[in-house]
Design a protein around this ligand. Sequence first.
Ligand SMILES: NC(=O)c1ccc[n+]([C@@H]2O[C@H](COP(=O)([O-])OP(=O)(O)OC[C@H]3O[C@@H](n4cnc5c(N)ncnc54)[C@H](OP(=O)(O)O)[C@@H]3O)[C@@H](O)[C@H]2O)c1
Length: 303
Amino acid sequence: MKTILVTGSNGLLGQKITEHILRTKQFNLIATSKGANRYPVQEGYTYAEMDILNPEQALEVIQKFKPDAIIHTAAMTNVDTSHTQPELATRLNVLAVKTLVDIAASENIQFIHLSTDFIFDGADGPYDEEAEANPLSHYGKTKLEGELVVKNSAAHWVIIRTILVYGIVSDMSRSNIVLWAKGALESNRPINVVNDQWRMPTLAEDLAEGCLLAVEKGAQGIFNISGKDMMSVSELVAEVADYWKLDKSMMNEISSASLNQAAKRPVKTGFILDKAINELGYQPRSFQEGLVILDQQLKDTLL
Ligand SMILES: NC(=O)c1ccc[n+]([C@@H]2O[C@H](COP(=O)([O-])OP(=O)(O)OC[C@H]3O[C@@H](n4cnc5c(N)ncnc54)[C@H](OP(=O)(O)O)[C@@H]3O)[C@@H](O)[C@H]2O)c1
């Protein structure tokens, strides 16, 4: 059985990978993150503290557990924080990637790296894996540089690009669009939503499955992993409102220009998923299917 080491295991994707492995028992898992373990179950895997900005600690942990694959989910993931703290974003999204992928190369470990649709400018989505990148934000630039570090390394590498991930896990350090919209509309808080940005939102479980398929198949190269439905952000929020029967009159549709966000966002991203479907056996869910799964999880956590 292969052993997988996950970085950023406290995050949304990290916890979904942990959940999937504990359920399927398909791999041995070494979960690593900065600070204490926030996944609610402590048995069935090993947790080790690993700060990706600490190269000595990373080397020590990876050499101790000798994984067959590393799934590198840890990053600075907030687009606006990357804009206001550009140096930290570069350290996390570029320099730490170099540290880890070099260790993976020297220890003969498959390296699965997570990237984003924000490497594109959004002028002509949906994109395939060969499309030319042109990031608009510092976040997008650092993620593209991280990709180049991975591609130029001597490791057996995979780059998985994804889009607007949603889901729920324990003790989350940041929210996501579905939970934010649901929470605001439930408490009758008016919200501004843009109607001129298009995405293919991704259920966190689908992304976790895509990463694990890449390990299972010993894949190599770039793969797009997202949900299968393209929609504007305002359509997405309207679907959330309809699903939970919430009052859509609290939704205020606006243009991106009037939202005044710190970092610029691409207009229309979205991915062509054929490669992941054909080569990995990836099965993307629709947004409606994703909401059904999330709804059940929310009900289970209330029990
Ligand atoms: N979420 C999206 O919409 C989205 C879209 C496109 C691409 N991606 C990419 O997908 C990957 C996973 O994203 P996600 O949604 O799971 O993000 P997330 O929930 O923000 O998880 C990232 C994790 O990285 C951890 N981390 C931060 N600094 C660290 C450090 N120095 N050492 C170790 N761990 C550290 C964070 O720890 P704390 O929880 O303690 O802060 C967090 O748990 C990222 O590479 C991201 O760029 C995400």
